[in-house]
Design a protein around this ligand. Structure first.
Ligand code: FDP
Length: 332
């Protein structure tokens, strides 16, 4: 049996190990609050809106505060950026790492007792010795040194990449530790399962409309096989399912809200999940281009997402190229 602490000792630098340990300790506090649910008074809106203009749930606020407070006190952490906060939070000037997180992804699931999770990404601080600024965070996803998520489902789990494959841990409530259950998570190349919010269909660009049309035609269409659809409406749960049993997940560019390139955020969702999926042998693009090669221009930037089984992600890219349409509608 390998604990998370033992795994980190042999696979991570002491600095990265320390930051992951801080995240893991905080995740157990969040998991405990979720277990208590309505009894902890965590259900319902907190009253405010986050920086994306979405209503904040009580537990979003609590999880955000717990993570922020814990990371800021970690000497290795130079700065923190949260999906819930407009500005980055500088931490220790001598820290060598920057952490971004989505404290509670899929937060609309809390009140209905469904899966939610915490997504995180760890980047190097290249400006050690100086107070961290937003500019320090604006690094391509290829620079990530660690990423993953804590999923609070029927059990609490951690999926982690340190850039050399993907490991999965399960939280043992008795010993209060994460135990390694799979040190070589793999995404299968092929799949017959896809995840997309199909109610947005009329807002998608032509290649995505064409792709989903082909999948729904099943064995009567050009793909020549039936596909099944799943949508948990929490990226964390949809990505977790793909890591366990395969599939392709999409939140493509849409024209629903002018000026927003899809719904998901590059720094808090796109990059960390892309790192995990690629390290498990899958692909992660905006429909055409690799997500981790985006040069971020804003900490809260959005990105279209197509990730999972490499055969499907490549097929989506080929459709865009064939139709001469880029992932955000630009001509190719
Ligand atoms: P949520 O708004 O509940 O936090 O982060 C955005 C996200 O969840 C993703 O986790 C999820 O995949 C998506 O939004 C769900 O979007 P729809 O409301 O369009 O289903």
């Amino acid at each position: 049996m390998t604990t998370l602490a033992q795994y980190l000792e042999t696979h991570a630098t002491p600095q990265i190990a320390s930051v992951i340990t801080t995240l893991a300790t905080t995740s157990t506090a969040i998991s405990n609050l979720l277990d208590k649910g309505a009894l902890a008074g965590i259900h319902g809106e907190a009253g405010g809106e986050n920086v994306q203009g979405e209503a904040q749930k009580k537990l979003d606020v609590i999880s955000n505060d717990l993570l922020l407070n814990a990371l800021i006190h970690n000497p290795n952490c130079a700065g923190v950026a949260s999906e819930e906060l407009e500005d980055i939070s500088p931490a220790n000037t001598d820290g060598t790492l920057l952490v971004t997180f989505d404290p509670l992804d899929g937060s609309s699931n809390i009140d209905i007792n469904m899966t939610v999770g915490t997504i995180f990404s760890v980047l190097p601080q290249k400006n050690t010795g100086n107070t961290a600024t937003e500019a320090d965070f604006l690094q391509a996803g290829t620079n990530q040194v660690a990423a993953g998520y804590f999923i609070y489902g029927t059990s609490t789990m951690l999926t982690l990449t340190l850039g050399k494959g993907v490991a999965m841990f399960s939280f043992d409530p008795l010993s209060q530790t994460y135990i390694l259950i799979n040190d070589n998570v793999q995404v299968s190349k092929t799949t017959a399962e896809y995840a997309i919010n199909a109610s947005n269909r009329r807002y998608w660009l032509a290649p995505m409309q064409q792709y989903i049309e082909e999948l729904t035609q099943g064995d009567t269409g050009v793909r020549n096989k039936d596909y099944n659809m799943r949508w948990v409406a929490a990226m964390i749960a949809d990505v977790h399912r793909i890591l366990i049993r395969g599939g392709v997940f999409m939140y493509p560019f849409d024209t629903k809200i002018a000026g927003k390139a899809g719904k998901l955020r590059l720094m808090y969702e796109g990059n960390p999940m892309a790192f995990v999926i690629e390290q498990a042998g899958g692909l992660a693009t905006d429909g055409v281009k690799r997500i981790m090669e985006y040069q971020p221009t804003h900490i809260h930037q959005r990105v279209p997402v197509v990730l999972g089984a490499s055969d499907e992600v490549e097929y989506v890219k080929a459709l865009h190229e064939k139709m001469g349409v880029g992932a955000s509608g630009e001509a190719l």
